[in-house]
Design a protein around this ligand. Sequence first.
Ligand SMILES: Cc1cc2nc3c(=O)[nH]c(=O)nc-3n(C[C@H](O)[C@H](O)[C@H](O)COP(=O)(O)OP(=O)(O)OC[C@H]3O[C@@H](n4cnc5c(N)ncnc54)[C@H](O)[C@@H]3O)c2cc1C
Length: 349
Amino acid sequence: MYDLTIIGAGPAGLYSTFYAGMRDLKVKLIEYNSELGGKILFYPEKIIWDVGGMPPTPGATLIDQLVNQANTFDPTICTNEHIEKMVREPDGTFTLFNDKGDKHYSKTVLLASGHGIPVMQKLELEGADRFEVSNLHYTVTQIESFRDKRVLISGGGNAAVDWANELVGVAKEVIVCHRRHDFGGHEKNVAHMKSKVELRTPFQIKELHGELAAIDSVTLAHCDTQLEERFDIDAVIVNHGMKMDGCFLMEAGLELEADGFVRVSPCMETSQPGIFAAGDVTRHAGKLQLISGAFVEGATAVNGVKQYLDPAATKQAYVSSHNEKFKQRNQEIKIEHKHKDKRKKLEFT
Ligand SMILES: Cc1cc2nc3c(=O)[nH]c(=O)nc-3n(C[C@H](O)[C@H](O)[C@H](O)COP(=O)(O)OP(=O)(O)OC[C@H]3O[C@@H](n4cnc5c(N)ncnc54)[C@H](O)[C@@H]3O)c2cc1C
């Protein structure tokens, strides 16, 4: 019986695992994929700039750092397991069932399951799937593979804007089409993208052309006038968002928002006592659907779990440096930093 079982090992689940250790909880983390990292696995080469205090870092490095941190208190981590069902037992504990028929037992649950099993929304054009083996992409894992190519990006969300900006200067030409005029993402990034790419709004992909197995040109159609334009293309990247896998959440009796995301209280508790949620899976008035938001929600949820299990517990963890587990490591780090400072001074003189 675990104090807390966390479903999903993206940024929310990994950070919550670490934080649960800080709060002395016996924790288990369960992930559907064979690798940890959640959506960051979709953008291992993208440089992440907006996590507080962290220098610009590639996605893959952030995953390594999160996994290292999550392992601080030796949690149990299970991969390749799809949790399909949660049942509240008469004693108030939970039994979780995975796709292989195995069971996990826990006093509380933290949903850090993002959009569910991440499934990219596919292009709704007949026969488009035959190009998935060649040059129709739903994610960008290697920027270099687009070097000197003419790339069409379809989509208007954060990720589409980011990929467009990453590809400018690498690809020979970047064309972005979106069915609306507005783009998601930071204003600066959107402005930068608009100044660097060939933009078509409100346009959508009407047809993919390719004699052989690869797309060689694409017809775009204006959403209002139906005016068509055809572009020669070497690669198409589609980012039309992700499908939300809400069945599992609904079956658990959780109150969901209209868009299928989980409604939470200010301490990240769902409508079901003992089930908490953090990260992209939640919706609330102050929602920040970013990695840093997932961290705050994870810590808040774990503090909620702690108080749920022990109402006499303090509302939040003491500042991290006071944790017994860190005492020796704190000393080692201080010495390492002293040596570094000395070396810097010597180099300077
Ligand atoms: C292309 C792209 C670029 C982005 N760039 C940035 C950026 O620069 N900065 C930023 O802050 N944010 C960025 N984001 C957003 C950021 O990645 C997400 O906000 C973040 O990953 C959310 O973390 P999470 O842990 O809540 O969910 P996720 O990362 O989605 O992780 C959820 C995990 O739960 C697992 N899971 C789901 N259901 C189950 C189940 N039933 N059983 C077992 N496992 C399950 C999934 O497999 C997944 O691994 C970007 C997103 C994308 C798509």
